[in-house]
Design a protein around this ligand. Structure first.
Ligand code: SF4
Length: 282
């Protein structure tokens, strides 16, 4: 059996930076907490918990003697205002690609403007982005949802109409939605804010899935970018999505001559190597 690992596997730049900062702080004896899990990977989170990193669900629960790590997804404007007012010590690891979207949204924020955002409305990154916009905003997951939203918009007299996407949105779906909207709003300002790593991971996942009998996607079930990789791979070949090597069963390999492994941006290289070695040894 031929086994390949995607070259783009492993932590992306933003996750790597956030994780490294947490490790460095713990090793220097600091108390650290995060607002929600720092990344969407249960193995890394468990490891951090064992090292003493606490996870709080609300800013009001941040202990006094602890440094808050703002996750790479970013936080909402009101949370930032709250922690600044309370004098909470924090380190902001919001990814620069997410910050770039905040800045676009802030620039066009106006009660008479419209923000159309491609992504998942419940994802912390999207909740954060929308919080910086004062006008009307809508989030859609695909072209069909976008069309439904547009039916509800009766007033088209906006000062500005802007289109952005979550950093981990599907590149293919983005192209369809952007094309459609350019025909609907002649004055729309389109910002392709899908990040570089998402572009390259999705491209490689598509390439590998077209020539593999089986794709193994490794990453947290809450990870938005891992979900996109899974969706891309499943349209081309048999695909399984696992969080760890324990979930692999021998029967999925029957009849497969080529197997490829891809991983989300919050999946450590160690986990990918474990999967590779497991298959090789079997
Ligand atoms: S996926 Fe992209 S935007 Fe998100 S943390 Fe990684 S590099 Fe930054």
């Amino acid at each position: 059996m031929k086994i390949s690992i995607a070259k783009t596997s492993g932590f992306c730049f933003g996750v790597n930076r956030a994780v490294k900062i947490v490790y460095d702080l713990i090793l220097s004896g600091k108390k650290v907490c995060t607002l929600g899990p720092i990344i969407h990977n249960p193995t890394v989170i468990e490891n951090f918990k064992n090292m003493g990193v606490s996870i709080v669900e609300k800013p009001s629960l941040i202990p006094d003697d602890t440094i808050l790590i703002i996750r790479s997804h970013g936080i909402t404007r009101s949370t930032l205002e709250y922690i600044s007012l309370k004098g909470v010590k924090y380190i902001d690891t919001t990814c620069p690609f997410v910050k770039k979207i905040h800045n676009i949204v802030i620039k066009y924020s106006n009660k008479k403007s419209l923000l159309l955002a491609a992504g998942n409305k419940n994802h912390p990154e999207m909740i954060g982005i929308r919080s910086y916009f004062e006008g009307t905003s809508y989030v859609f997951k695909n072209l069909n949802e976008l069309k439904e939203i547009l039916k509800k918009i009766s007033n088209r007299n906006y000062d500005d109409v802007i289109l952005i996407s979550q950093t981990t949105f599907s590149v293919e779906e983005w192209k369809k939605c952007a094309f459609f909207l350019k025909n609907m709003f002649t004055n729309i300002k389109v910002f392709d804010t899908i990040c570089n790593t998402t572009h390259s991971r999705q491209k490689e996942a598509e390439f590998l899935s077209k020539k593999s009998d089986l794709m193994i996607v490794v990453g947290g079930k809450q990870s938005s970018n891992t979900r996109k990789l899974y969706e891309i791979c499943s349209t081309h070949t048999k695909t399984v999505w696992i969080e760890s090597v324990d979930e692999l069963v021998d029967s999925i390999f029957y009849g497969c001559e080529t197997v490829s492994i891809v991983a989300g941006a919050s999946t450590p290289t160690d986990l990918v190597d474990e999967v590779y070695n497991y298959i090789k040894n079997r």
